[in-house]
Write a new protein. Structure first.
Length: 297
């Protein structure tokens, strides 16, 4: 992650969006390293999805959630362990039950410290947000699937298997037909491939594509991406189609024994032409390299 981030990744609750009854999103406002954060209410309990980066952001999220909950029990989950999604969980200790899938709990424990160091190197504003971070232990860990009853509303937590990270999960709210994807989906941005061998090799383009094929096959009404504007099921199809093109174009070049450097150059040019309005062009190189490594696997 060589790209420096100069903006302050601060969560702001001034423009929350109610996307269904008792289901609000604190939007990322297109600020880098701020995630879309969900607050999902039932009669008895409220589930918070994502913490924001670091304790100061998590305090903002917790305060908003407590005001929204008005005495209802609180749960917290995160879509994956990356810092802006999960590195504020300590603030919820004793206030909310922190619930995640096993693979994500493993990621947080084994990869969390390394990511903390790496992200502190992204710039002063990010480093300040990460001050005082202590990696939290989940209260409840499940394997593949967990149905959380909030009282008159059951939320489906589903581990997807390795894709953007080893421990991705999605959060479905069936009665409102809403899906929280975490970084499996970004709106208006190239898929984030944290492919940094030899240590950062958890992301898998082929598995990610398989996950997107499954998710797109059951299109929900509303998709809340990890970053970027809330949309409909077309966001799922967009990522599926992009990953398909990235795989096919990368592997075609690999088959012709083209060097990795030339593949990266050609793939980058091709994708920028195909998706001129998308941000995150730095993820084209890592995406192509990741798929090179998965060629003929
Ligand atoms: Zn991520």
């Amino acid at each position: 992650m060589a790209e420096q981030v100069s903006s302050d990744p601060v969560v702001q609750v001034g423009e929350v969006q109610e996307i269904a009854p008792d289901l609000v999103v604190i939007p990322d406002r297109n600020v880098p390293l701020v995630p879309n954060i969900g607050i999902i209410g039932g009669k008895e309990a409220v589930l918070i999805v994502e913490t924001g980066m670091g304790p100061s952001n998590a305090e903002i999220v917790l305060k908003f959630a407590e005001e929204h909950a008005r005495g209802r029990k609180l749960y917290l989950t995160t879509t994956h362990f990356h810092p802006e999604h999960a590195f504020g969980a300590q603030v919820f200790a004793g206030k909310a039950t922190f619930l995640v899938n096993q693979a994500q709990a493993d990621d947080l424990r084994t990869k969390g410290p390394g990511y903390l160091g790496m992200f502190r190197g992204l710039g002063d504003a990010v480093a300040r947000r990460l001050e005082g971070v202590e990696l939290a232990q989940p209260d409840v860990v499940y394997g593949q699937a967990y149905d959380l009853d909030l009282g008159g509303r059951v939320v489906q937590l589903r581990a997807t298997g390795r894709a953007h990270s080893r421990g991705d999960q999605v959060v479905k709210v069936p009665d409102a037909d809403v899906l929280f994807t975490g970084d499996l989906v970004e709106a208006g941005q190239f898929a984030i491939f944290p492919w940094f061998p030899p240590h950062g090799v958890d992301v898998s383009g082929t598995r990610w594509l398989a996950v997107m094929q499954c998710l797109a096959a059951e299109p929900p009404r509303v998709v809340v991406p990890g970053h970027g504007a809330i949309g409909d099921a077309s966001l799922l199809a967009d990522v599926r189609d992009y990953l398909t093109l990235l795989r096919d174009e990368t592997w075609t070049r690999r088959d012709s024994a083209m060097s990795e450097g030339t593949i990266v150059e050609e793939i980058s040019a091709l994708m920028i032409q195909r998706y001129p309005e998308w941000a995150g062009r730095e993820w084209l190189e890592t995406g192509a390299k990741c798929l090179c490594s998965e060629h003929s696997v």
